[in-house]
Design a binder for this molecule. Structure first.
Ligand code: A2P
Length: 348
């Protein structure tokens, strides 16, 4: 069979599972598929395109015979295996925060900055699952009217934390309904019937790491290193799909109708904006779909050049697995695999 030799590190996880379904849906080409995780999952069977694969323990040697390694495991696993895989000749497409701000590493959303792939050195990072939908909206608007400031407040689902968090929400819902004591092990607080403004660790400046990821990654992807961005990231008791309330200040005034028109022409973005008939994005509408859903587009009353909008996006698909596969498709289209000889070597 034609296609690259592919390894998926984290194949048994929340993103890994969706990744394998998208490989099937998009008929992503591969000549060999290795599904990897920790020793805990070794021996487990997973089916892809009707064929059964045995999950393997991840090892350094594995990458000698791999052209593309998708890593969606833990940040520690990425830090460990990312450089090893790149040094052994694989292209790493990494879903963690380990390399996103490394100047050697392009941070890519193909619709926004696919050209950045040309400079990769063996590792490409995908953005945080809240950054991706934000830049999908900001980029096309900024081409019409430069953006001066962005405020994004998120409503992030539990699947962004992984399958253990999805299980914790489910268990806690049962505990609340049955009047039982609430047990939290994944999160610092009860997530069932609650929300909390705490994703990742708190930093010295009072923001969380997740919020600072949105600030720094947005600037890097848009090539606007000074862009003022502020975020508040909130965990909500939703299984899949992140939402965001976004306030954008432009250089000049812009009409909501213009924003709707621009966004409705963007691949990967779908405008759902008819409040009169209760049509607007919601996590349950975004779940299982590929588009960033955008609605509630209106003038921001607090600024003459401001627009307020609301978006929802499946964090496991465009926020993670789909974006990773689209990067791989773009790399293949541009013939940028390390073993094809065009890219510079990774330097740890
Ligand atoms: P395992 O199933 O063996 O624990 P989630 O995001 O849903 O928590 O899933 C995390 C995924 O990453 C799982 O597939 C998990 O494997 C995998 N994983 C975690 N740590 C490592 C590691 N050090 N090396 C390889 N895979 C890892």
């Amino acid at each position: 069979m034609e296609g690259p030799r592919v390894a998926v590190i984290g194949a048994t996880g929340a993103v890994g599972e969706v990744f394998l379904r998208i490989v099937e849906e998009r008929s992503f080409p591969f000549s060999q598929l290795r599904l990897c995780a920790t020793e805990r999952s070794a021996g487990k069977m997973l089916t892809v395109r009707g064929k059964e694969y045995t999950v393997e323990t991840t090892t350094p040697e594995l990458f000698d015979n791999v052209d593309i390694a998708f890593i969606s495991a833990t940040t520690e696993a990425s830090k460990h295996y990312g450089p090893i895989a790149a040094e052994r000749g694989a292209l790493v497409i990494d879903d963690s925060s380990a390399f996103r701000m490394n100047p050697q590493v392009p941070l890519v959303v193909p619709e926004v900055n696919g050209d950045d792939l040309e400079h990769h050195r063996g590792i490409v990072a995908i953005p945080n699952c809240s950054t991706t939908p934000l830049v999908m909206v900001l980029k096309p608007l900024s081409e019409t009217n430069p953006i001066r400031r962005v405020i994004a407040d998120t409503y992030q689902s539990v699947s962004g934390t992984g399958s253990a968090a999805v299980a914790e929400l489910r268990e806690q819902v049962g505990q609340v309904l049955n009047n039982e004591p609430i047990r939290s092990s994944v999160y610092p607080n009860q997530i069932a019937f609650n929300v909390f403004p705490h994703i990742d660790s708190f930093q010295e400046n009072g923001y969380t790491k997740e919020e600072m990821k949105m600030v720094q990654e947005t600037r890097k992807i848009l090539h606007l290193p000074e862009l003022p961005v502020s975020a508040t990231c909130v965990r909500v008791p939703v299984n899949i799909s992140h939402s965001e309330a976004v306030h954008i200040e432009f250089e000049r005034p812009i009409e909501p109708a213009t924003v709707r028109e621009i966004l409705s022409k963007c691949p990967g973005v779908k405008v759902l904006d008819d409040p009169a008939t209760d049509v607007y994005p919601m996590p349950i509408k975004a779940e299982g779909t590929d588009d960033v859903l955008v609605g509630r587009i209106r003038k921001d009353l607090s600024h003459p050049n401001g627009i307020a909008l609301w978006l929802s996006c499946d964090n496991l698909r465009k926020g993670a697995a789909l974006n990773a596969i689209q990067i791989a498709e773009e790399v293949l289209r541009r013939k940028l695999l390390p073993r094809q000889g065009k890219v510079m070597a990774w330097q740890s």
